[in-house]
Design a binder for this molecule. Structure first.
Ligand SMILES: CC(C)(COP(=O)(O)OP(=O)(O)OC[C@H]1O[C@@H](n2cnc3c(N)ncnc32)[C@H](O)[C@@H]1OP(=O)(O)O)[C@@H](O)C(=O)NCCC(=O)NCCS
Length: 188
């Protein structure tokens, strides 16, 4: 019977161990990128520097250009895919002024997929990319009301740098900078 407690525990286990794959954003999946990014902005309106109101006005040509920019030498994006549907995203770019510095942006996992290791896998993909581009440090900005993300980043090796900035979309909030060294242990 479906109300049996054993049935529910099996369902939860299946959810917890659901398989997912991480794939790079490229021009050919620009519309998947659009869908997941707009979902992120709608779901977590104070987690990002941009807004749903702004990005929902972008044309498909804009998303194609963005996907092209995010798959060049200095920037990258990854989608987490669950049975063909995008359920997570993260991006990174190298600083123009200091190529040893990479910034992690746009980190988001769909609510039903959280706490299954997708965020951790997205960060690992970004770290590998940034190391491969010669970056020594990975930085990010996180909004002051986002204690879940702050804890997630701490658990993934980031620490507060002490730098704060105003949050552009809500003057009641600020943004904290967090960073981590990504030098290989043998080259530190
Ligand atoms: C923050 C976020 C990306 C985490 O993604 P996720 O896929 O759930 O993270 P993971 O499953 O890889 O978690 C890895 C570890 O981080 C920590 N962690 C993750 N979410 C956490 C939470 N809500 N509270 C406390 N710790 C958390 C845990 O230690 C977790 O390991 P565990 O589940 O074995 O305990 C996700 O909650 C999210 O998309 N939030 C909304 C958007 C957002 O805030 N983005 C950040 C913008 S700066």
């Amino acid at each position: 019977m479906r109300s049996d407690a054993r049935y529910h525990s099996i369902s939860i286990l299946t959810l917890k161990w659901r398989m997912f794959v991480i794939k790079p954003i490229v021009p050919s999946n620009a519309l998947e990128f659009k869908t997941v990014r707009l979902s992120a902005l709608k779901d977590s309106p104070t987690a990002f520097g941009s807004t749903f109101a702004k990005e929902s006005r972008f044309t498909d040509a804009d998303w194609f250009k963005r996907a092209t920019d995010w798959s060049g030498d200095r920037a990258v994006g990854y989608l987490a895919m669950d049975f063909g549907a995008a359920c997570g995203i993260a991006g990174a770019f190298l600083s123009d002024s200091d190529p040893r510095r990479a910034s992690l942006v746009s980190m988001w996992v769909a609510p039903a997929h959280r706490r299954t290791g997708i965020g951790r896998s997205l960060i690992e993909a970004i770290r590998t990319w940034a190391r491969g581009r010669g970056a020594h440090k990975l930085h990010l900005m996180v909004t002051s009301n986002n204690s879940a993300a702050i804890e997630f980043y701490r658990r993934n090796g980031f620490a507060m740098t002490g730098i704060i900035e105003p949050y552009p979309n809500d003057s009641a909030l600020i943004e904290y900078e967090m960073s981590q060294s990504i030098l290989d242990s043998c080259s530190q």
